[in-house]
Design a protein around this ligand. Structure first.
Ligand SMILES: NC(=O)c1ccc[n+]([C@@H]2O[C@H](COP(=O)([O-])OP(=O)(O)OC[C@H]3O[C@@H](n4cnc5c(N)ncnc54)[C@H](O)[C@@H]3O)[C@@H](O)[C@H]2O)c1
Ligand SMILES: [Zn+2]
Ligand SMILES: [Zn+2]
Length: 348
């Protein structure tokens, strides 16, 4: 089969690789149709996930396709079904797994990060990782289910409710997945912050009711206070990670802390390699809660339901589609032109 392989950092090339086979009666062989480049893939590509990720690697943990073959024990999934794959593999033995808190598994692995993934024609996975997708949902949208599940999980972790006003710091792939999820839950104000006007405009074109703030021009904390009648938001999400430092502005986590109401919540998702400076009394005076959110926990089902109902707008996230053989171009363009691109899909 054809697969896009990283053998050295900064290069991804189409190669001939062995076609995976069904190894156990519980396996499902999927013919992949679309995969999507994630921020984590960009880090892997540049060698920033070293030593967790080893080369050579077929990356890809966001993908969808059609079932080609199923093992003898697989029920309810059959050849021809449109499916996507939840890439999470938990150990089942650690204290978090013992209580079913799988995203907190201390030896969590992801297909496409810790082992070969979906930038390939085929993948074979255990049936528990498979989610069926209604046939009217496009293959392109199906390839976005994983990233959208990140937003639904963060909303669940933060306990987002119907009338909550929220702030999302970072309007990248993760921030916009939180936006997609949040607008299905709350009718309150949704305020998005970024430093790239184009990304804010992209988010507003998907959901015109949101409020956008460019942190280069406007102090986000002051703006949030004004927009909420001095109260602050109920929940602030941080979805930046590797921040661009701005003069006269707090870092994204501290913006979130300062933008919430007394008793409010901050939910952090960014995976920076550097400490974020925060002032504890700003948290303590509000008796605020900081919650973290990692990957997802069965929220694929919620995303599929929302796509089925047509309440998301995933077309607005897709800014480019390349052939699998042009994966290199996809990675380069995402790095070079973040203002023009958000999600780049690879057609397999
Ligand atoms: N917790 C999880 O489950 C999870 C899942 C996937 C990715 N991540 C992490 O989330 C982070 C965001 O990922 P992404 O793919 O959305 O990245 P991204 O680069 O697409 O988005 C980050 C955004 O932050 C903006 N930004 C940078 N500095 C800023 C500042 N000072 N103020 C406001 N905005 C600023 C950038 O312009 C960009 O639009 C990364 O660290 C990634 O590794 C976490
Ligand atoms: Zn991802
Ligand atoms: Zn575990």
């Amino acid at each position: 089969m054809k697969a896009a392989v990283i053998r050295e950092y900064g290069k991804i090339k189409l190669e001939e690789a062995p076609k995976p086979v069904i190894k156990s009666g519980d396996d499902v062989l999927v013919r992949i149709r679309y995969a999507s480049i994630c921020g984590s893939d960009q880090h892997i590509f540049k060698g920033e996930f070293h030593p967790r990720t080893t080369l050579p690697l077929i990356p890809g943990h966001e993908f969808a396709g059609v079932v080609e073959e199923v093992g003898s024990e697989v029920k309810n999934i059959k050849p021809g079904d449109k499916v996507t794959v939840d890439p999470i593999i938990w150990c089942g033995k650690c204290p978090a797994c013992e209580v079913g808190h799988y995203p907190a598994c201390t030896s969590l692995k992801l297909v496409g990060i810790d082992l070969d993934g979906g930038f390939a024609e085929y993948i074979s996975v255990p049936s528990r990782m498979i989610y069926k997708v209604p046939s009217h949902i496009s293959d392109e949208h199906a390839a976005l289910i994983e990233i959208l599940s990140i937003g639904f999980h963060a909303s669940a972790r933060a306990g987002l409710e119907k009338n909550d006003n929220i702030l999302i710091v970072g309007t990248g792939k993760v921030g916009q997945s939180i936006l997609h999820a949040a607008q299905t839950i709350t009718t309150g104000k949704i305020i998005m912050v970024d430093i790239l006007e184009e990304r804010l405009a992209l988010a507003a074109s998907a959901f015109p009711g949101i409020i956008t703030i460019n942190a280069r021009q406007t102090d986000p904390v002051a703006a949030v206070k004004e927009l909420t009648g001095g109260r602050g938001v109920d929940i602030a999400f941080e979805a930046v990670g590797h921040e661009v430092t701005l003069e006269k502005r707090y870092n994204p986590v501290r913006i979130a802390i300062n933008a919430i109401k007394g008793g409010g919540k901050v939910c952090v998702l960014g995976l920076s390699d550097h400490p974020a400076e925060i002032l504890m009394k700003e948290l303590i005076w509000k008796e605020a809660r900081i919650i973290s959110s990692r990957v997802s926990h069965g929220e694929f089902a919620k995303v599929i339901e929302a796509l089925d109902k047509g309440v998301l707008n995933p077309d607005r996230m897709i800014t480019g589609i390349f052939e699998l053989g042009d994966a290199q171009k996809g990675f380069e363009i995402l790095d070079r032109e973040p203002e023009k691109h958000l999600k780049i899909l690879l057609r397999v």
